[in-house]
Design a protein around this ligand. Structure first.
Ligand code: UDP
Length: 307
């Protein structure tokens, strides 16, 4: 069945990939973005309509938006390099969540929102990075506890793809740009910290599946447990990927990202039961770590396949 779907943050890495996959399935898409930090030009995307405004202003466009079956809320502050006091991280996440909840209530649409695996790593801190985790956790409670909106919450782990921007501080995007520029790859801290990378096309496939099947389970961890690597090993993979680069060990993240509020999280708790639930729904991640690194370096996922 063809749905009419509003995607916030459409010009971001995840929103734009979702647009391509959902349009291929025959859905009608309304895009929304304030174009403050876009990865793609919305004119390249298969949209029936584009609303260029902040999420909090979407209510003004109710007549243009209706009727609506589903809202997928991708807009969010992203990237630890960009987490600063001025960005009002927690407030922005919570107020945007409130806005999409109100929109869902007024239109009767279902709602999918994105939290973060970061909520599992939160240990009672009160700095800017904590605002991100707490904002996302509060957003989960707002959606899952809403009395009338049918909401689902996803906790993605380290989603990446070649359109990911390096100014967010994301390791894959930074290693890509450093390697292509022939600059040393900056490994923060010991480099022993481990992450599990999920290709954006795999993540978007899961979102499509969730929208289609709409299972009773309300919260989903979406990860690729097969794509785990220490950051130092990842640096070696980039350095060996056709662009020989030096590796700069123990680089200071706060200095490199020019953000004195930056803090690393050494661990990322893996929700394997959550992964099993995704598999039971009929999903499997397909893109390997090697393919992800190659895509960052060459722009192609498989030979000749680039979007
Ligand atoms: N990282 C790094 N060098 C960089 C950028 C990031 O060593 O130039 C590390 C960072 O310290 C973290 C890991 O890579 O331990 C993943 O960082 P990212 O911001 O991509 O994701 P997150 O911290 O949210 O998992």
């Amino acid at each position: 069945m063809s749905l009419r779907i509003l995607i916030t943050g459409i010009a971001g890495m995840i929103g734009s990939e979702l647009a391509f996959q959902l349009a291929t399935q025959g859905h009608e898409l309304i895009g929304n973005d304030d174009l403050s930090h876009n990865c793609r030009d919305p004119r390249e995307l298969p949209l029936a309509q584009m609303l260029t405004c902040e999420v909090g202003q979407l209510g003004y466009f109710l007549h243009a938006i209706q009727p609506l079956d589903l809202i997928i809320h991708c807009a969010s502050p992203v990237g630890h390099a960009r987490l600063t006091p001025e960005a009002q991280i927690a407030w922005q996440i919570v107020s945007d969540t409130q806005s999409v909840l109100e929109l869902a209530e007024r239109t009767g649409a279902r709602l999918i929102t994105f939290s973060s695996s970061e909520v599992l790593t939160y240990r009672g801190e009160t700095d800017i990075r904590a605002q991100y985790a707490l904002g996302k956790l509060t957003g989960e409670a707002m959606v899952l506890g809403h009395p009338s909106v049918q909401g689902r919450v996803l906790r993605p782990y380290n989603v990446t793809g070649r359109h990911q921007r390096s100014d967010g501080g994301f390791v894959m995007a930074r290693f890509r740009e450093q390697a292509l520029a022939g600059e040393p790859l900056t490994v923060f801290g010991s480099g022993e910290q481990v992450r599990h990378f999920l290709h954006v096309s795999d993540f978007a496939r899961f979102v499509c599946l969730l929208a289609e099947k709409w299972p009773a389970e309300k919260r989903w961890s979406v990860l690729n447990p097969w794509n785990g690597t220490s950051i130092i090993r990842l640096a070696h993979a980039f350095a060996a990927g056709g662009h020989p680069s030096a590796i700069r060990y123990q680089a200071d993240g706060a200095a490199e990202l020019a953000n004195e509020n930056w803090r690393d999280t050494p661990e990322r708790v893996l929700d394997i039961a959550g992964y099993d639930a995704c598999v039971a729904l009929g999903w499997q991640p397909r893109v390997t770590l090697e393919e992800i690194v190659r895509e960052h370096l060459t722009g192609e996922l498989a030979k000749g396949e680039a979007r």
